[in-house]
Design a protein around this ligand. Structure first.
Ligand code: TYM
Length: 332
């Protein structure tokens, strides 16, 4: 089976619906046909200030949300990034072959650092995509299923891998991003021109996996639409409605056309009511399962430890290969 790798940051106490639609749903489907590795990238989360106790807890919560959403920890390898030493170690080597200018061109870094000012912006934030490259390359990954915002980071990973291979000899597999066009970018319900994000300033337009159903329904009913009134998919002129239709269509497994037909001549209120039912119907059971898993943290931690052992087996072999190629003296 081809190797697959992806991950998410445990940077909030719940994932948001963009993570679910843009990533988790694809992971769940692809784990059937791939040898899949899914990490909770806690080292990446450290690139912005975290409360230590919250980070620990959010790491467990993220693992529980992967499992509750359908990632099977016996078929796939689901682990915590910091539990496998090789990630930080390979990242260091890759830092030394990445150009300063090259890393400076990452748009996510430019956006985040602009918001935080030069003292708030850490060297870790700058090196973030290079750690991500290490994640991917350690597993001889072929496929990287992500949302649109990670495309540039996967491109950088390819460039770094190719450079390493040409300088030191064939070492890394060159991976490819797998981005599903229709769902690659879910937008904020209050601002349908900007990406929904765990780190959004206002949470009014963010749907959290673990929100109470009533809260989710209320946010959907208040979603920004337009004055036109027609339930038609038109990304350009009706971004709010197009976003709701995208979410509805993926969550319900129905075509946009069938939704346009069903809601033709009816108001946005009906569309939103229908969507709220579908979302809470899906997230309700996931939420219940998450709470159940979190009820036995020792069991969850044990499972993560087993999976980390499995991951380390693969990662350490690649790391040894890379260390050898660049000329680090092996420890006797
Ligand atoms: P993160 O934690 O920001 O997001 C996790 C995944 O969710 C996708 N995503 C979205 N998709 C559609 N619409 C949205 N509004 C939306 N918001 C987030 C992201 O594209 C991503 O697939 N750097 C990564 C984590 C990472 C990683 C890796 C991914 C670290 N190492 C190796 C792949 C392979 C990140 O911060 O994702």
């Amino acid at each position: 089976k081809p190797r697959l790798y992806s991950g998410m940051q445990p940077s909030a106490d719940s994932l948001q619906i963009g993570n679910y639609i843009g990533a988790l749903l694809n992971w769940k489907a692809l784990q059937q046909t791939h040898d899949a590795y899914f990490s909770i990238v806690d080292l990446h989360a450290l690139t912005v200030a975290q409360d230590p106790a919250a980070l620990r807890e959010n790491t467990r919560r993220t693992a529980a949300q992967y499992i509750a959403s359908g990632i099977d920890p016996s078929a796939s390898t689901l682990y915590v990034q910091s539990h496998v030493d090789a990630h930080a170690q390979l990242a260091w080597v890759l830092n030394t072959i990445t150009g300063f200018g090259e890393a400076s061109r990452m748009t996510q870094f430019k956006d985040k650092s602009a918001k935080q000012g030069s003292d708030g912006t850490t060297v870790g934030l700058f090196a973030y995509p290079i750690l991500m490259a290490a994640d991917i390359l350690l597993y001889d990954t072929v496929v990287v299923p992500v949302g649109e915002d990670q495309r540039q980071h996967v491109e950088l990973t390819r460039d770094i891998a190719a450079r390493f291979n040409s300088r030191f000899g064939d070492t890394f597999v060159i991976p490819e991003a797998d981005i599903v066009k229709e769902t690659a970018k879910i937008f904020d319900l209050q601002n349908p021109l900007s990406k929904m994000s765990k780190s959004a300033e206002s949470h009014a337009g963010v749907i959290w996996l673990l929100d109470e159903p009533a809260v989710t329904a209320k946010k959907i009913m208040r979603a920004v639409t337009d004055a036109d009134g027609g339930v038609v998919f038109d990304r350009e002129n009706k971004p709010g409605v197009a976003n709701l239709l995208t979410i509805y269509s993926t969550m319900a497994g129905r075509s946009i056309q069938s939704l346009e037909d069903e809601y033709a001549g009816r108001g946005y209120g009906d569309l939103k009511k229908g969507l709220a039912e579908v979302v809470t119907g899906t997230f309700g059971p996931i939420r219940a399962r998450v709470l159940e898993l979190l009820g036995d943290p020792a069991e969850l931690d044990r499972l993560l430890a087993d999976n980390a052992d499995r991951a380390a087996g693969v990662a350490n072999a690649t790391l040894a290969r890379a260390f050898d190629r660049v000329g680090l003296l092996p420890r006797a």
